[in-house]
Design a binder for this molecule. Structure first.
Ligand code: PLP
Length: 402
């Protein structure tokens, strides 16, 4: 045991007892409210990471606290051997507000994508017979860290050392219609992609691209899977990002903001695919517990309140305009992109020094794909809070600048 009180801090204990899977910043956060969090020394930070696009309603949301407390006194968990009301009502809410007819609940984005991969393969097996198991994915994508989802992820850096990976994935470049056309053959059962690539550095689809993907899937009897784990749940100003592009998938996966911080994932599909998962074909102990789904239902209802998501979208446009203003003044900013409140600022150099400077100034900001500053704040972020970040970035960029 370590009895030295100086070494007894949260950080040193974590360094000593936990797998060092995360390159953490040297900050221990102890409390949050709205778009602010505080560390163990009492320093406040404005949060533009939002738990990585999770805390849509902000920290310590009174709504989430109330439902969590109430449901915790009614029923927390029983198992999916029995019907429960919150789970059923959340499924109905998601179906009534999406293209989908059926929902499967799980606990994370990776699990939602696992379920999607399993549905796609099983459907193809049942309908077309064996041998049609290939799923086409995109380079620069991110679908999770389980063996199947990291095999589906088009980034070799997260696959290193885990061979053999799951077979049956083929990769093409995002926004490359021709490349996808060439990849589509008789072995392909599905195409999986993020409507906007998140971890890949906030990469948006070119105009018309998603429609072309849909057409190619139709022509080859392949299913289209949209991974909306990061961009879904109101972040773009609509409930689901694909609604902006007039393209409907066969399967959609959700997680991150679905529970505002409680662990929940969901895989949604059309009626035809719904029959692929019968009793015993797929399951998870914790998927859709009354506690988590009661909170999620309250979160989704909040997002659906008239004008709520649209306002988040407008605030996102304001934010983007401010970032573009910075880009006009600092030549090392190569690009500003994104939709609603998922925004990326690509630099011509690593973003980590900027992220560290922001942290010092009291702002949580994140870097995706090495050179892209990514802004994915709670959807309740205010223009005044955005102004504070933009001022801080301006000061930081003056020091960074050539
Ligand atoms: C975060 C993320 C995942 C993985 O979700 P986990 O809950 O971490 O398993 C999958 N797809 C996308 C697009 C994500 O952003």
């Amino acid at each position: 045991m370590n009895n030295n009180p100086q070494n007894d801090s949260i950080m040193s204990l974590a360094d000593r007892y936990m797998f060092q899977t995360y390159g953490r910043f040297p900050v221990a956060l102890v409390r949050g409210e709205g778009c602010r969090v505080w560390d163990d020394k009492g320093k406040a930070y404005l949060d533009f990471v939002g738990g990585i696009a999770v805390c849509a309603l902000g920290h310590s949301s009174p709504l989430v606290s109330r439902v969590l407390e109430e449901q915790s006194k009614i029923l927390v968990h029983v198992s999916n051997l029995y019907y429960t009301r919150p789970q059923t009502e959340l499924a109905q809410l998601l179906v009534e507000n999406s293209f989908a007819d059926r929902v499967f609940f799980c606990n994370s984005g990776a699990e939602a994508n696992e379920a999607a991969i399993k549905v796609a393969r099983r459907y193809s097996n049942e309908k077309f017979g064996p041998g049609r198991h290939v799923i086409v994915s995109m380079y620069n994508s991110f679908h999770g860290r389980t063996m199947a989802t990291l095999s589906a992820t088009g980034q070799s850096k997260i696959q290193v050392g885990y061979d053999p990976l799951l077979q049956g994935f083929k990769f093409v470049s995002f926004n490359d219609v021709k490349g996808l056309d060439q990849a589509m053959d008789d072995s392909v059962c599905a195409v999986i992609l993020e409507p906007i690539q998140g971890e890949g550095g906030v990469v948006c689809p070119d105009p018309g691209y998603l429609k072309e993907v849909r057409d190619l899937c139709n022509r080859h009897n392949a299913l289209l899977i949209f991974d909306e784990v990061q961009v879904g749940m109101g972040r773009t100003g609509r409930l689901f990002a694909h609604e902006h592009y007039g393209v409907t998938p066969d399967i959609m996966t959700l997680a991150k903001a679905l529970g505002n911080g409680l662990p929940i994932g969901a895989m949604l599909s059309t009626e035809e695919l719904g029959s692929v998962f019968g009793p015993g074909s797929h399951a998870t102990t914790f998927g859709g517990t009354p506690l988590v789904t009661a909170v999620s239902k309250a979160v989704v209802e909040k997002l659906l309140e008239k004008g709520w998501m649209e306002e988040a979208g407008r605030v996102g446009e304001y934010f983007k305009g401010k970032l573009e203003g910075l880009a006009r003044r600092y030549p090392f900013i190569k690009d500003v992109r994104g939709l609603g409140l998922i925004l990326g600022m690509e630099l011509d150099r690593p973003g980590t020094p900027v992220v560290e400077a922001c942290l010092k100034e009291g702002f949580l900001v994140n870097c995706a794909h090495e050179t892209v500053l990514r802004f994915i704040p709670p959807l309740i972020i205010q223009k005044g809070e955005i102004d504070l970040l933009v001022e801080a970035l301006d000061t930081i960029f003056q020091k960074v600048g050539d």
